[in-house]
Design a binder for this molecule. Structure first.
Ligand code: AMP
Ligand code: MG
Length: 421
């Protein structure tokens, strides 16, 4: 149903990547491995542009008209012939946005013009109204006006025949407006991805039931729901599944109808064995130890035609592995070809940060401005079960694989969690 790489075993695809080591996989390598396996979906649909917000463009957008369609004024003022402005000019009419001046402006003449109005025939320059002296319909222009100033030219924004949007681009509000400015009302986009997810664990209680001894409320399904919803995918929530082979097999069977399956829990060393057997029976799944913190164990593979992302159980590890891997893999699967990597920005560490070389760390941070400079501190306790660290954070502090302890004042990389969309 989707354009997946048919029958080539995943293992074969990833093991030829340089430096592939499933027991100490660098984060970049894990991302690369997922991309190497996953081919984008191919089904498309045509939507009215409003509904295409957040979708992936399939067609190339090539203007059939210039935008703006005519040379027009960028300011309120007077449309003049630059060669004539040393002498007083006589005002012979008005040009408004949507109401052009019908005649031609001759020597010694000018036209009152408003922003967006078409440049009257014969004129080449706009002088802003604030600087002219006016006496009846005689207009005196001060010296120092540049030829062609305050004129917006036809095609300055978009030119006939010059492609402006490429297939694979995310449609944001700006793109919708741009498409609308060309008079186009519908666009061809990728269909939405379908993603199914569930939590695993005998200790999980659902909201509404009282906690028994040793139980925790299932929070992963809520963070996952939120993260998936923001990606704009169609979501199927399959609930909590017990650590029981038959229950897991049934859940995976249902989930495999989707394009991708996200599970949490059950991939840590103590639990992985029975899951491994089950996965081997149902599809092909690799179990990785990623050189990162939080989020070391992770499973990636295929169940039927669905991609499987088996995330760790710890709530912070779920969010970090989602943002660092699942997001990237799903956007690739959705057909995006624009740059969707989360930007890495520089900030100054406000305090010392503990870190050991040999793994990439995603510490939760609070970025703030001080004396005109971006600084960052951690949210404190960094345990992979401390979801509060995510709720308090506005960024990840990304500490590179090779890096050791960070001293206050050193530069670190951060990924902001919110931005202009
Ligand atoms: P696991 O990876 O299954 O060994 O789980 C690791 C830790 O994460 C355990 O302390 C679990 O109780 C916790 N955990 C697993 N799943 C969830 C969940 N859905 N919500 C909250 N905590 C969870
Ligand atoms: Mg578990």
């Amino acid at each position: 149903m989707t354009g997946k790489i048919g029958t080539v075993p995943i293992f074969q695809l990833v093991s030829c990547l340089d430096g592939y080591d499933p027991d100490a996989l660098h984060v970049e390598k894990a991302r690369e491995a997922m991309r190497a396996c996953i081919a984008p979906i191919s089904e498309t649909e045509t939507l009215p542009i409003r509904e295409a917000l957040g979708r992936v463009l399939v067609q190339e957008i090539v203007p059939r008209i210039n935008v703006p369609a005519h040379d027009n004024s960028a300011m309120d003022g007077y449309a003049v012939r630059h060669a004539d402005i040393a002498q007083p000019l006589s005002e012979i009419g008005t040009a408004l946005a949507g109401k052009p001046f019908a005649g031609t402006v001759g020597p010694g003449q000018c036209v009152r013009i408003m922003t967006g109005a078409v440049m009257p025939a014969g004129t080449d320059t706009v002088v802003i109204q604030e600087v002219v002296k006016r006496d009846g319909n005689r207009i005196v222009v001060p010296p120092g006006q540049k030829r062609a100033q305050n004129v917006r030219y036809a095609g300055e924004d978009l030119k006939v025949g010059v492609p402006v949007l490429k297939p694979g681009k995310l449609l944001r509000p700006a793109e919708l407006g741009l498409i609308a400015s060309l008079g186009i009302g519908e666009v061809r986009v990728m269909r939405k991805l379908r993603v199914a997810f569930f939590s695993t664990g005998d200790e999980l209680a659902s909201i509404g039931s009282a906690l028994k001894e040793g139980e925790v409320y299932d929070s992963n399904r809520y963070t996952l729901h939120g993260m998936l919803a923001r990606l704009g995918v169609e979501i199927t929530d399959l609930g909590v599944v017990r650590d029981d082979p038959a229950a897991l097999e049934a859940a995976l069977g249902k989930a495999a109808k989707a394009d991708a399956i996200v599970t949490t829990g059950g991939v840590s060393v103590g639990e992985a064995d029975f899951i491994k057997q089950l996965m081997a029976k149902l599809g092909e799944v690799l179990f990785w130890k990623i050189a990162m913190r939080p989020g070391r164990p992770m499973a990636f593979g295929r169940i039927g035609s669905a991609w499987l992302f088996g995330l760790p159980g710890n709530p912070v590890a779920v969010m970090v592995t989602f943002y660092q891997f699942v997001r990237d893999a799903l956007l690739h699967l959705s057909g995006r070809t624009d740059d969707y990597a989360i930007a890495l920005l520089r900030a100054t560490a406000a305090d010392n940060i503990r870190k050991v070389p040999g793994r990439t760390e995603y510490q939760r941070g609070i970025a703030f401005r001080e004396a005109g400079e971006w600084k960052v501190r951690t949210t404190g306790q960094q345990g992979s079960g401390v979801l509060r660290s995510m709720a308090e954070a506005n960024c990840f502090i990304v500490l590179e694989h090779e890096r050791g302890a960070v001293k206050a004042g050193e530069q670190v990389q951060v990924q902001l969690m919110e931005g202009v969309a």
